[in-house]
Design a protein around this ligand. Sequence first.
Ligand SMILES: CC(C)(COP(=O)(O)OP(=O)(O)OC[C@H]1O[C@@H](n2cnc3c(N)ncnc32)[C@H](O)[C@@H]1OP(=O)(O)O)[C@@H](O)C(=O)NCCC(=O)NCCS
Length: 451
Amino acid sequence: MNHNDIETRVAQSASELDHAQFVRWFREVAPYVHDFRGNTFIIGFGGELIRDGALNALIHDLSLLSALGIKLVLVHGSRPQVNEQLRLKGYPTQFGRGIEPTSAEALECAKEAAGEIRLDIEAAFSQGLPNTPMSHAQIRIISGNFVTAMPVGIVDGVDYQHAGKVRKMDAAIMRSIIDEGSIVLLSPVGFSPTGEAFNLAMEDLATSAAVALRAEKLIFLTQGPIVCAEDGTVDSELAREDADKLLAGGTLSEDAHSFLSHASLAVKRGVARAHLVPYTLDGSILLETFTHDGVGTMVVENTLDDLRDATIDDVGAIVQLIEPLEKDGTLVPRGRATIEREVENFTVLEHDGVIYGCVALKPYLDEGMAEMACLIVHPEWQGAGEGEMLLRHTEARARAMGVKRLFVLTTRTSHWFMKRGFVQGGVADLPKERQAHYNRSRNSMVFIKRL
Ligand SMILES: CC(C)(COP(=O)(O)OP(=O)(O)OC[C@H]1O[C@@H](n2cnc3c(N)ncnc32)[C@H](O)[C@@H]1OP(=O)(O)O)[C@@H](O)C(=O)NCCC(=O)NCCS
């Protein structure tokens, strides 16, 4: 083969690889596309995102979400722009995070900044040049007097003057706009029934909108990853209770505290999920939405109340759960004695004294691995996220043991695991001891997830 032939072959196989990767990636995303069609997302971001030049990239991603049938409400802040106006006009005041006293001059600056940002956002959504992500996008963005505000008033003797809070929102009109495919844009200025304007905090506004519309997601775009575990990695999921503990701990930065407290409040008031996602990472909103672990921190209502370690008294209930699946071949028969011996590996889901789910975690710590087995949710309770909760709990347990790779052996549930970040491996990838016990006649598939 001459040099040119080799180059052609290399180029061909590279493009075949690209095609294969593209198709695999597109298929992996499909379940999320189905899941989120018709959902309502509230996206809140500070004026910092605009100052840092990240607006266009965000609008490209939002237009894609909109095209996929996700209903969007955008809420922008304007703090750096207001501060800049104040500086230019020679006023000494500078705004920090959250609700702050607002003088008449600062309110004027806030109105100017809101007007300018609103026009910038409308302009960005009006782009449609060929060969750009906005080509063929025809998205209408609509703003209006949807927010009734009230004064913050005097707090601890301090008069907050023109600073306001959300009193109510016209959820019905906002819903009708998003239902017909347009996007609602909310600026951080609201009006009282007397027609007076008030300076609002973006976080308060976004949270109120998410609650009023009973949104599936509230997403705050932040300057960086702000909720990290002790080892410096981003906490990808926090139960609301844990978020509240972190908030009480007093270790968070001012920004992190403000975003996380609003995320927690939103979830407490019925928003399904609240996310903190760094806008500094290009495409972060897509990664957070369409990949299992995302790139930011997700706060969810604490649903872990039903989860607990199994005890020897649970063996009977676990056997009852497992038996039908052993009979139909979904699970490998274990026998009561094995479960009794290994009961400390099990976690169960219990509600009102009924065990309705279980999972086992068997560590192979020499090889930094662990096996997740016997993942079961009783058929009457399936489809409500309990399986996902057992998986997340098992991942957290495994991580705490220092496990780097979690594996499962499955014959019929491969797609469930693939959707949740597991990748197919082979028997040779298993710990040596586990390879020795691999049941070749069952021919189970091996799936592995890096933790
Ligand atoms: C797998 C299992 C634990 C999931 O529990 P669950 O509480 O229903 O899980 P979730 O609610 O988090 O997820 C439900 C989703 O998984 C899907 N799903 C369920 N079983 C699946 C399977 N075998 N393959 C692919 N997807 C599956 C459901 O259709 C549902 O999809 P939707 O959200 O698009 O409607 C449960 O179906 C079960 O107990 N199955 C039998 C035991 C089993 O196969 N265990 C794995 C052994 S390796």
